[in-house]
Design a protein around this ligand. Structure first.
Ligand code: 5GP
Length: 142
């Protein structure tokens, strides 16, 4: 039983402008077109966010990004770049809790302002080292 909006699209219960489908993913136009061709790449597996991907799912889903990106770019010669982003968690701006990747084509002077760090926040060498060490230590736990 489909229970979130993307499950319903995958199940064909509600319509979407589909651009690519295989056994693992569905890609369709975002209802809200940040720029023309803005596409969502969605795993058919009902995973909420990146933190729930195991290696197998990552291989089956994330390796499709370049293929979909190339198709979008090839569809319009005015596309000169692309932002690929994934919001994970409410704090990161996620609003649909079925994992998805945004592919947002960029055009000359398209005026799109994506959230970007507006200020540099340099920290001391000690702080960089401490932060990097805390993250790198996690890999030995996997
Ligand atoms: P998020 O904010 O979670 O990263 O992105 C969710 C995206 O899903 C939004 O950009 C929103 O426009 C899109 N979206 C929400 N509901 C629907 C829908 O029913 N159909 C389509 N095609 N896109 C949707």
């Amino acid at each position: 039983m489909a229970d979130d909006i993307f499950d319903k699209i995958i199940a064909g219960e509600i319509p979407a402008y589909k651009v690519y489908e295989d056994e693992d993913v569905l890609a369709f136009l975002d209802l809200s077109q940040a720029t023309p061709g803005h596409t969502l790449l969605v795993p058919k597996a009902d995973v909420p966010d990146i933190f729930a991907y195991d290696d197998d799912l990552a291989q089956r889903v994330l390796t499709k990004i370049p293929k979909v990106a190339r198709a979008i770019k090839a569809s319009d010669d005015k596309i000169i770049g692309m932002n690929i982003l994934m919001n994970n968690g409410e704090a990161a701006g996620q609003s649909v809790f079925h994992s998805h990747i945004h592919l947002i084509p960029r055009y000359k002077d398209d005026g799109l302002n994506l959230p970007a760090p507006s200020e540099e926040h340099p920290v001391s060498d000690e702080v960089y080292k401490e932060r990097a060490a805390k993250i790198s230590a996690q890999f030995s736990k996997e």
